[in-house]
Design a protein around this ligand. Structure first.
Ligand code: PMP
Length: 391
């Protein structure tokens, strides 16, 4: 056996600091109630915002695609891996996002990395400090200069843009909905600044797709900014219910990414059943405004009640509702005690969030009933009192 001493010491340290992430093994599929250790538990941490993982249209599409195409695509997209169903998905995604084109990747994570390919050594990328890890890692892969602005701070963004006039390209990148805080990027202000300083706007709508805008078209639609946001990334892994990601924008962007984006070029394409599932999901979104209405009504109900109890939910304004605890060990204890009460809500600690900003993150979905949400709120009150968060 290799000498793993250094790794073992690091793991011990994580455990000591209460930052060791357990893997929870679920015995049933993604739903509002799931089984763990033979117990039924209320799920409050899934990104299955609209409950589409179990939608009959999506299941049927997946089964039919397996019958028609088999289970795998056989290679990367540029060899045998572009089947009719992949092409159709991209066309419908572009129509849904009201852009010229869309390009599908294997995940939202690799989409962000792939899109960063547009940056060269003469460019600068300007990023919100709370952007997702996949954006941060994507930036690390480029030769571009990087600048970080304080979370949603438009004065700082303008100051940075003012200093960056000499770069060949300026790209401003932001999450549309911030995954750990559930707040929304000030996209209209970002777009105005980008227009003033000739910058490209790149928004990661992982948590806005299927959530914000008409029929869940995302943050660009939500703010009425059609044509003014140049790159819209979305995932197919959250509200859409399956797995994958896409970049929507001009045809030239798609053409360039096909030639240059390494995660696209060198990794096998999605199984046809996944592409078919996503296509069915987009069709459900197009006709299901009420599902999104239900999601927002549930989110507002839950957030209002949690705040009324006296919890700190930070800047949450979407179905992502963090309960900020602070200390990592106390955060994980809070999450463990909630599970004992039958509620699963993930504790999130450093380095995903700042050391003193540990939180238990609740995600409300359209399929939660009012009884479900009240059950979670009762558990929160009980556990919050027990560990002194509600004094
Ligand atoms: N961007 C954001 C903001 C996310 O929250 C996530 C998912 N954690 C991703 C990108 C990555 O998406 P995927 O899970 O599809 O790889």
């Amino acid at each position: 056996m290799a000498n793993w001493g250094a790794l073992e010491r690091e793991l011990e340290q994580l455990k000591k600091e209460g930052r060791y992430r357990p893997i929870t093994v679920w015995e049933t599929g993604s739903d509002t109630w799931m089984n763990i250790g033979g117990r039924r538990v209320l799920q409050m941490s899934s990104n299955n915002y609209l409950g589409l993982t179990n939608h009959p249209d999506l299941k049927k599409a997946a089964i039919e695609a397996i019958e028609q195409y088999g289970v795998g695509s056989g290679s990367v997209r540029t060899i045998t891996g572009t089947l009719h169903i992949h092409d159709q998905l991209e066309q419908e995604l572009a129509a849904f996002k009201e852009t010229e084109a869309a390009l599908v990747f294997q995940s939202g994570f690799t989409t962000n990395q792939g899109v960063m390919t547009i940056l060269g050594a003469d460019d600068v990328v300007i990023s919100d400090e709370l952007n997702h890890a996949s954006i941060i890692d994507g930036i690390r892969l480029t030769k571009a200069q990087r600048r970080i602005y304080a979370h949603r701070d438009m004065d700082q963004l303008e100051a940075v843009l003012r200093e960056c006039g000499s770069f060949a390209k300026r790209v401003v990148v932001t999450d549309g909905v911030f995954s750990m805080d559930g707040d929304i990027a000030p996209l209209p202000a970002i777009v105005e600044l980008a227009e003033k300083y000739d910058a490209i706007v790149f928004v990661d709508d992982a948590h806005a797709s299927g959530v914000l805008g008409r029929n869940g078209k995302g943050s660009t639609d939500h703010f009425g900014l059609k044509g003014r946001v140049h790159i819209q990334v979305g995932t197919l892994s959250k509200a859409v219910g399956a797995v994958g990601g896409y970049a929507a924008g001009d045809q030239v962007l798609k053409d360039f990414l096909i030639q240059k984006a390494r995660p696209f070029l060198f990794s096998t394409s999605a199984p046809p059943a996944v592409a078919a599932t996503c296509l069915a999901a987009i069709r459900v979104l197009r006709r299901s405004e009420s599902l999104i209405g239900q999601l927002w009504s549930n989110a507002t109900y839950f957030r209002t009640k949690v705040r009324a109890l006296g919890f700190n939910t930070g800047g949450s304004e979407t179905p992502i509702v963090p309960v900020i605890v602070g200390d990592p060990a106390k955060t994980m204890l809070f999450s463990d005690l909630l599970l004992q009460q039958g509620v699963f809500a993930q504790g999130i600690v450093f380095p995903t969030v700042a050391m003193d900003k540990g939180r238990v993150r609740f995600i409300v979905t359209a399929n939660h009933t009012r009884e479900d949400l009240d059950f979670a709120i009762d558990a929160l009150e009980l556990v919050g009192n027990k560990i002194g968060l509600l004094t």
